[in-house]
Design a protein around this ligand. Structure first.
Ligand SMILES: Cc1cc2nc3c(=O)[nH]c(=O)nc-3n(C[C@H](O)[C@H](O)[C@H](O)COP(=O)(O)O)c2cc1C
Length: 430
């Protein structure tokens, strides 16, 4: 088969230290060429670093896929006070488990990426905001930060270049909403994790009222490789519009779930059947959620020609999000799964915006009713109308995220809903 992506057969970059405890140490990371990218970046200009990242076409791995180099260039060129960088390690999207692995196995990869990014944006302080439950990962990261400080890689006059960058690891309290960049900044400042209205955007008014950039862990971990080997080399992986490799978190009904680093543009069915060993014997594919629970659900038919890049997944009716591929076979009760996701969003809603606070609870109540065989066909119309009113009407997109699986599952799996409504039948058990 001719693949729609380019793939040099090289060892993975981001995950090459996974499973090897030596890469947790400064010495082990240096054996793999660690911190040479930082040295290279610091010996050139800030603009050069931004241009290289722009040339690589790297897109943010936190979900939206915004071009990283372009985002960095939004920071003020003239520094009139502190600038900050926040590394978003809040990772709480159901189905997503990549950032914690980057932190657990390759903390120095993340630190190095943070330092390069901070240098490029003149950020004098980096905050790595970790999800509260990531106790082990946070401890490993904190040890690596200590080691890097002792080696003169963080702090004042880094590697004798005159660059001063401090780095602090911050543990959140375990709230999904604190992964949203403006809620993260509020939490960092010691306030409740409530999203802020934009504009002003963080590059103008961010943490502590100062210009700030927020990047995902995987985005920042990709940066040392781009600086070391060049943007053009990075473009040797992936597709024209979605360059590079990406960690795919595969969960659900496959034989070998896990994190897999693959070039963007990799065919979804090949990921499921070849990389993950396929479904259990006798099972057939029913549905896939390709990007974490907040993106539209896909039917088995949608998946057949889908390639896993930002554009490919949109063409097939969903979004790549953070590339968390949740696979569901024919034993799945779609209504139950959607209800569980909606319950998650209802629990995690910060309650600031009425459509989200009330809407997520309302969606959940209707879905429970249908699941218990007590729903009506009008309930489906109400779910869709509610979802409509919850989309694009709130400060952040948590509300949209709750509505997406509901609307798409009614569109793609209406018969499952109708079976429960008309005959009180359960469709699938899982
Ligand atoms: C409710 C909500 C939760 C989010 N959670 C995360 C998260 O845990 N990690 C993350 O990197 N981005 C998360 N995001 C996206 C961030 O707001 C932000 O776009 C991202 O960190 C930017 O990084 P990137 O440009 O490197 O992708 C979340 C967004 C929303 C609306």
């Amino acid at each position: 088969m001719a693949y729609p992506y380019r793939h040099e057969k090289e060892t993975p970059m981001l995950s090459r230290g996974f499973g090897d405890p030596r890469t947790r140490t400064l010495e082990g990371w240096k054996e793999l060429g660690g911190y040479t990218a930082l040295e290279k970046a610091l010996s050139g200009s800030r603009e050069d670093v931004i241009e290289e990242v722009k040339a690589s076409g790297l897109r943010g791995r936190g979900g939206a896929g915004f071009p990283t180099g372009v985002k960095w260039s939004f920071m003020p060129k003239e520094k009139k006070g502190p600038h900050y960088l926040c590394c978003n390690a809040d990772e709480s999207e159901p189905g997503t488990f990549k950032d914690r692995e980057l932190l657990r196995w390759t903390p120095h990869q993340v630190i190095e990426g943070c330092l390069i990014a901070a240098y490029a944006m003149q950020a004098e302080h980096v905050y790595i905001y970790c999800r509260g439950e990531f106790f082990e990962a946070t401890q490993i990261l904190a040890r690596a930060v200590e080691e890097a400080y002792e080696a003169g890689l963080i702090g004042t006059n880094i590697l004798g270049t005159g660059a001063d960058i401090e780095l602090t690891v911050v543990a959140g309290a375990g709230a999904y909403i604190c992964g949203e960049e403006t809620a993260l900044m509020n939490s960092l400042e010691g306030r409740r994790g409530l999203p802020r209205v934009k504009p002003p955007f963080p590059a103008a008014v961010g943490a502590f009222g100062r210009p700030t950039t927020i990047n995902n862990v995987e985005t920042l971990a990709s940066v040392p490789h781009i600086i070391n080997r060049g943007g053009a080399w990075y473009r040797g992986f992936g597709t024209e519009k979605s360059p590079g490799t990406k960690l795919f978190c595969v969960s659900g009904h496959v034989r070998r779930p896990g994190n897999y680093e693959l070039p963007l543009g990799f065919p979804m069915m090949e990921l499921i059947n070849d990389v993950c060993g396929g479904l259990l014997p006798g099972r057939t594919l029913k549905a896939v959620i390709p990007g974490g629970s907040s993106v539209p659900i896909m039917s088995a038919e949608d998946c057949q020609t889908c390639t896993l890049d930002y554009e490919g997944v949109v063409e097939c009716g969903s979004m790549l999000g953070c590339a968390s591929v949740i696979v569901m076979d024919d034993t799945t009760n779609i209504v139950k799964q959607v209800r569980r996701m909606v319950d998650f969003y209802a629990h995690e809603s910060c309650g600031q915006c009425t459509p989200c606070r009330e809407g997520t609870q309302w969606l959940s109540r209707i879905l429970v009713r249908i699941e218990n065989g007590k729903g009506t066909e009008e309930d489906l119309d109400t779910l869709l109308e509610l979802g409509d009113q919850m989309t694009g009407t709130t400060i952040c997109v948590l509300s949209d995220s709750a509505a997406a699986p509901v609307a798409s599952s009614i569109e793609k799996f209406r018969d499952d809903y109708l079976a429960l409504i008309r005959r009180g039948e359960r469709v699938g058990a899982a």
